[in-house]
Design a protein around this ligand. Structure first.
Ligand code: TRP
Ligand code: ZN
Length: 871
């Protein structure tokens, strides 16, 4: 039995720190198992003579105050409490020891490959030394690193290198100083034998910034895309947000063992190597795109996160929602804006909506947590970005940018709250009233809009009635209505937008942009001078992140697919029609797929005026999760089969057109990483998947694989072969393995594609792959690629026998002993608990109860699974 229930932290309990650590001088004597850490802090008391410092898994060696040995302290529950301290500014010196090699949690200072590296967000610094480890303590850090020169030629930390040199016994040292005061979570240290590529960037004010990307030796050629992305990010932030970089050097280090994507440490980003390394032979287009967006994301944090940081971790979305919005806009400005928006919303619906509808549901500003690491969620990041996007929609680009200027004017160098952000946006825009809008920060759950329309021929009036409701979420049984921006268009029969004139209300000022304000539970908008029955294009560009239900007819959707002037809604209309058909197929096995839909799908396929990438996303069917969202107890196998059947029907109906598109796209062309070329490869992959379901084209995927000259074509064909069990599948898997077995990032794809197959043989396959030498339970990327992919494989995780979920429960226990963050992510597989069929639910309940009651279970997994069981 769990002996003590973990402590819950509450936003409402916030208290300012009792002391401020003004400066800290650190000295590291690096060693695999016995690294010595010497810390000298200049501290100013703010409130009282008692100081509490955080410290976890540290060996305390000595404490001095103002140069004298000090013994007035006790260490308890990971807090070092010092009492009877001076009331004036004093120095505190602490010596402690840590064991980086034993640190498989990858939190604090650890070893990855042969290199030392650190991860301190949110609370990792306390695993390096005793500190006020909270984001509202901003200190100036100076670091001296001492290590063996041969094994660790590069010694890196934040800021500027101010001194370096050789020491006795083959050791050397480096001293770094970061002039910008920062919280400990932005601190970083790296030591290793690395390769580096270099470049420079001239800022708009004319300063030269040195840019370095550090990778494992031999990977230099694969790091140029990351470097190019960095330069693009710096340029874009100057242009769109007028923000210039502030240090003389910017470093990125790639590591293989990392818990997340990347980390924005001041001047020294540390990246999961998956977001740095890319070549056409080893990376898919989505990896190239992902690198550009993550490099951008971490760079943009320099202003939104580092220069202005968070007061406490409940404010995480202050920096993350805003920075995701910024990286989304960066990608949209550099690639196809509509496709980016569609993909962002697809991602939101596939991952954030289910989170918000399940046991982990929380507002973008949570009110309590047990383990902060559990709150780096789709809600904080992606829904947080949607909330920022709503400010942007309400205020327009100019008004939003005025708000950003005000934000930096008021808060640069400070640790602030989301309310401060809202304040800046408001005062920069004539004291715009965001009081109701603030509910987005406090209420969880995805709002639902029920919309009915009515056209009055005689009066030439069109009426739109919008009813909003938000389902109950854990701890929040009832909800108040949200203020949401709702972009609308009314199309005439020629497909043109009509001029909008509201009859019944005076809030017309945003109508020229098609913007309606939805505030009350029920809103009625009556439009005048509507000369024919219009087709309404609702919630354009997904301006409000909601579930929409409307009385639009199939004919309306077909019309919108072909004519809407909003690309997002052209896509969305197709999804709505496809969803209707899949639901009908699930209800009735003999359901005849709507001719109207089949025709509309074909018109998009044959439309030569839309670009390849947009075509590919418009033709894609809704995800299994989209389909399951509205079903109480989803049967994933049935959903998979229905989708499959529809896909095959479409493919067979249009096999001639598909074959001709495939041929056109298969002519030799030079490999480029731009929107056009990536779009062509995407459409070719999609068309290949369609054709592979057609009898006479079963050999095509193998053919494509054999002649592929880039990883995108390779993975597109391999995944089709694996999913459809096509001829050539086994040979292809073997050839792929032989070619890439020494490249862990590529092996992650190989593991993932096999673990994702819905086929019943997948279970045994995964057991076998776990024994392969390319797999390593200590590396989060590999755990996610193999075990995580299986956990996300809805059909196999929910296998009728219960074997899928029993296996994942066992893996959660195993991984938890190594890396709680990695285990906690796996635990997300059980978020569907409430929606499981009774017999599976029984099995899940027994497994989860055993984990929650075990003494060995981490706080991370405990928090997630106890919430799951209570749902
Ligand atoms: N702040 C990081 C980002 O936005 C994410 C992060 C949080 C992280 N905790 C982490 C990254 C732990 C790596 C490990 O990109
Ligand atoms: Zn971030």
């Amino acid at each position: 039995m769990k002996t003590e229930t973990p402590v819950v932290k509450y936003l409402a309990d916030y208290k300012a720190p009792t002391h401020k650590i003004e400066t800290v001088d650190l000295e590291f004597h690096l060693d695999d198992t016995q690294t010595q850490v010497f810390s000298k802090m200049k501290i100013t008391p703010v409130n009282g003579n008692t100081l509490e410092l955080n410290g976890e898994e540290l060996k305390l060696k000595s404490v001095k105050v103002n140069g004298e040995e000090f013994s007035n302290y006790k260490e308890e529950n990971e807090i070092l409490t010092l009492t009877g301290l001076p009331s004036e500014a004093f120095t505190l010196e602490i010596h402690n020891e840590i064991n980086p090699k034993a640190n498989t949690a990858l939190d604090g200072l650890y070893k990855s490959g042969g290199m030392f590296c650190s991860q301190n967000e949110p609370e990792g610094f306390r695993r390096i030394t005793y500190f006020i480890d909270r984001p509202d303590n901003l200190s100036v850090f100076t670091t001296k690193i001492i290590a063996d020169k041969k094994d660790y030629p590069f010694l890196l930390s934040n800021g500027n290198l101010i001194e370096s040199g050789d020491l006795e016994d083959g050791k050397h040292f480096a001293v770094w100083n970061d002039p910008f005061a920062k919280p400990a979570y932005l601190y970083a240290l790296v030591a290793g034998d690395l390769a580096v590529i270099e470049d420079t960037f001239k800022t708009k004010s004319g300063r030269d910034v040195k840019l370095q990307v550090f990778v494992d030796k031999g990977n230099e050629e694969k790091s140029h895309h990351a470097m190019e992305s960095l330069k693009k990010s710096m340029k874009w932030d100057e242009k769109r947000f007028r923000l210039e970089y502030d240090l003389d050097i910017y470093m990125i280090v790639a590591v293989d063992s990392f818990n997340m994507g990347a980390m924005e440490n001041k001047g020294l980003n540390i990246f999961n190597s998956a977001y740095v390394l890319a070549s056409k032979e080893t990376a898919e287009d989505r990896n190239f795109f992902g690198i550009e967006s993550v490099v951008g994301h971490e760079y943009f944090h320099n202003w939104t996160g580092n220069r202005v940081t968070c007061r406490d971790w409940f404010q995480l979305t202050l920096k993350e929602g805003l920075t995701v919005f910024r990286d989304q806009e960066f990608s949209a400005d550099l690639n196809s804006r509509s496709v980016c928006r569609i993909n962002d919303v697809r991602n939101l619906k596939a991952a954030q909506f289910p989170e918000d509808a399940g046991p982990q549901s929380h507002p973008i500003q949570p009110k309590s947590y047990i383990e902060m690491n559990n709150f780096y969620t789709m809600t904080i990041y992606e829904k947080g970005a949607e909330v920022i996007r709503m400010y942007h929609t309400l205020l327009g680009e100019e008004g939003f940018q005025r708000g950003m200027d005000k934000y930096f004017e008021l808060y640069d160098g400070q640790a602030v709250t989301t309310a401060d952000f809202t304040h800046a946006m408001s005062v920069a825009n004539d004291n715009y009233d965001f009081s109701q809008f603030r509910r987005w920060y406090d209420q969880a759950g995805t709002p639902v809009l029920d919309i009915t329309t009515k056209y009055d021929e005689a009066a030439k009036e069109f009426t739109l009635t919008v009813n909003q409701s938000t389902p109950a979420t854990p701890g929040q049984p009832t909800k108040e209505p949200f203020h949401m921006p709702f972009l609308l268009g009314l199309l005439d029969s020629a497909g043109n937008d009509m001029t909008l004139a509201l009859k019944n209300r005076d809030d017309q000022n945003d109508l020229d942009r098609g913007l309606l304000h939805i505030k009350a539970d029920t809103e009625t908008f009556v439009f005048a001078n509507v000369n024919e029955r219009p087709v309404a294009s609702l919630n354009r560009n997904f301006s409000a992140p909601v579930v929409l239900r409307s009385d639009l007819t199939d004919e309306d959707f077909v019309f919108l697919m072909a004519n809407d002037n909003d690309d997002f809604n052209r896509y969305e209309a197709g999804q709505a029609l496809a969803l209707k058909n899949i639901h009908a197929m699930l209800k009735d096995e003999n359901h005849q797929v709507d001719e109207l839909f089949i025709k509309a799908w074909g018109s998009i396929l044959n439309d030569n005026n839309i670009d390849e990438e947009f075509k590919a996303v418009c033709l894609s069917l809704p995800s299994m999760i989209d389909v399951a969202a509205t079903i109480d107890i989803p049967n994933y196998r049935a959903i998979h089969e229905a989708k499959d059947k529809l896909f095959k029907l479409l493919a067979n109906t249009y096999k001639l057109e598909l074959a001709s598109i495939y041929n056109d796209l298969s002519t030799e062309r030079p490999f480029k990483v731009d929107a056009k070329a990536m779009g062509e490869r995407k459409l070719r992959g999609f068309v290949l998947a369609c054709l592979s379901t057609v009898e006479e084209h079963k050999e095509l995927a193998r053919e494509c694989f054999k002649y592929a000259t880039n990883m995108t074509d390779m993975m597109n064909s391999l995944s089709v072969m694996v999913n459809e069990n096509l001829p050539g599948c086994q040979e292809s898997l073997k050839e792929f393995y032989d070619k890439f077995k020494d490249q862990t990032l590529v092996m992650q794809k190989w593991l993932s594609v096999q673990a994702s197959s819905c086929d019943d043989t997948t279970f045994d396959k995964v057991q076998e792959l776990m024994k392969d030498e390319v797999f390593d339970m200590n590396v989060p990327n590999l755990v996610s690629a193999l075990i995580g992919s299986f956990a996300r494989n809805k059909v196999q995780f929910n296998h009728e026998s219960g074997r899928g979920m029993k296996f994942i429960a066992e893996m959660i226990r195993k991984v938890d002993a190594i890396n709680p963050q990695s285990a906690s992510r796996l635990a997300g597989a059980f978020n569907d608990y409430r929606k499981m069929p009774a017999d599976l639910k029984e099995i899940a309940k027994a497994e989860l109860t055993a984990i929650v009651e075990s003494d060995k279970t981490s706080k991370n997994v405990y928090e997630k699974l106890s919430k799951t069981l209570n749902s």
